[in-house]
Design a protein. Sequence first.
Length: 398
Amino acid sequence: MSTRRAFIKKGGITAGGLATATVLGGSMLPDRDRYSGRLGGLKGIRITGMFIEPVNIKLDEPFHISLGVMTHINNALVTIVLENGIEGYGEAAPIIQINGENQETILGTLNSCKEFIVGQDINNYRSVAYTLKSSFWAQSAARCAIEMALLDAYTKALDIPLYRFLGGMENRIETDYTISIVPTEEAKKQAINLAAEGFRVIKTKVGVNLTDDLDRVLAIRDGAPDCGILIDANQGYSPKTALRFINEVLKHGIHPVLFEQPVLKTDLAGMKFVRDNTEVLIGADESVFTAADAIEVVRTGCADVINIKLMKSCIIESLDIAAIARSANLKLMIGCMVETNLGLACAVHFTAGVGGFDFIDLDPSFDAARCPVKGGPDYAPPYWTIGQGSGLGFGGRQ
Ligand code: MN
């Protein structure tokens, strides 16, 4: 088994290791021995392998948001193998403008963690996750892939679906669908089709140009007059422009179900200004990566809703964020990056297991056939339904 010293040393030689170097001065790594071996009664199951692969898929349509345009996904797949032959799968899906990671830093981070992971007892998944966070605190998508694979393997070993392990509140959830920054006519056409498919909430991206943004929102309303509209500015507006925009939208008789991240992620005062001057619910997305960020949102009173994404916060810390939001009487949203059905499946299990999510934005970008693993929750728009398969529900590689 890898020692803590070896883990640190190895971490120092890759891109992902930069984060390690920045925290080591404070000796922030917890003492792993303090956590291990506490679980009397549960038979230890060793992790015998960790495999890392890039996942590259060309998008059918470019995905345009205020932060940039995506034409491909360059994600990564992690496979954790247990001594009893069980395999757990995890995906990392970076968007560099959002979490500062790309495929290279993710592969570097994952490779840095490998020696530390192999040899661990899967029962200690939480202490493993804490240790990884203490070193690779900035590499959330990479850590998310590991947590996902650990929890998939762990719940397969327990022979229960992950959503049951997380609380089992429900086994079916309803998602919205996102129309990205596209020309007005295209937005209207998409809205008509989405309403016909059964979607009840349409999310759209704004934050580039106030007039075009307004036209697009109006076109979506015209195409799908009975659908709720959720608006996401991805930090694209100033506080005053955000307010002007939302007032224009209201003037046209549209009352959005939510206005997400109107201003820069660090401008909580600006976000509070928007929130204080409109009745439309304000959502914090990029402003919340950690549980401490969630506390800051609560403390400043700048949002009504927190949008959890596993790629920002990983799985275990997302549980803390959900608890903070619930305790502070904030509403919960779940979102995703551009992920295959593997990453989405984990978010679906999380949402269904924890329960209480008012806004669910887990629309698949690809056909299930393009996911590196086969199986998973069933998607019949706008619903995801989780079966009784253990873990995330994937049977193996495609
Ligand atoms: Mn968002």
